[in-house]
Design a protein. Structure first.
Length: 159
């Protein structure tokens, strides 16, 4: 989130000013907003660019890095579309069919293994192409639910 040209991060009910590092990263590399906006809109070119950003020997991170462009980065629609196409072409990404997230919202589920051997599952709303939820490792693992996504110029309303 940005506020009056400054970068902020909201975490656990707290707003902190981001200093030093960029608020965005991919495969451990800092990315600026402008670099994300300039990523290719062609799926093959995007896959190649993202793969080149990965550290040597970490090819298993490609699906995770591409999926990050869908829900944890301020990717423009053309880059998001390319990321979806690139993910669909990866042999390690599996379509799981229609599923509901933890809030009962309907979507389409996709999964892939992380290098840690944990299975990551994304549930995506096909009507909006928004990620509804992400879970790692089934019921006992980490779960994140996306309630809303978008841009704002004001901080969150916190109690």
């Amino acid at each position: 989130m940005t506020r009056q040209g400054r970068a902020w991060i909201a975490e656990e009910g707290e707003i902190k000013r981001v200093t030093g590092r960029s608020p965005f990263s991919m495969a451990g590399r800092d990315l600026t907003y402008q670099q994300i906006q300039a990523l290719p809109s062609d799926a093959a070119a995007l896959r190649e660019r993202v793969a080149a950003m990965l550290p040597a020997g970490s090819e298993g991170l490609l699906a995770d890095a591409l999926s990050g462009l869908l829900w944890t980065k301020p990717s423009p629609p053309r880059v998001r579309a390319a990321a979806y196409r690139a993910l669909a072409d990866l042999p390690e990404v599996r379509y799981l069919g229609a599923r509901q997230d933890e809030r009962g919202r309907a979507g389409e589920a996709f999964s892939f293994a992380l290098p840690s051997c944990v299975e990551r599952t994304l549930i995506i709303d096909p009507a909006t192409s928004q990620v509804l939820s992400c879970s790692d490792g089934g019921h006992d693992g980490r779960h994140e639910i996306v309630l809303t996504a978008g841009w704002t110029d004001r901080g969150p309303d916190l109690p």
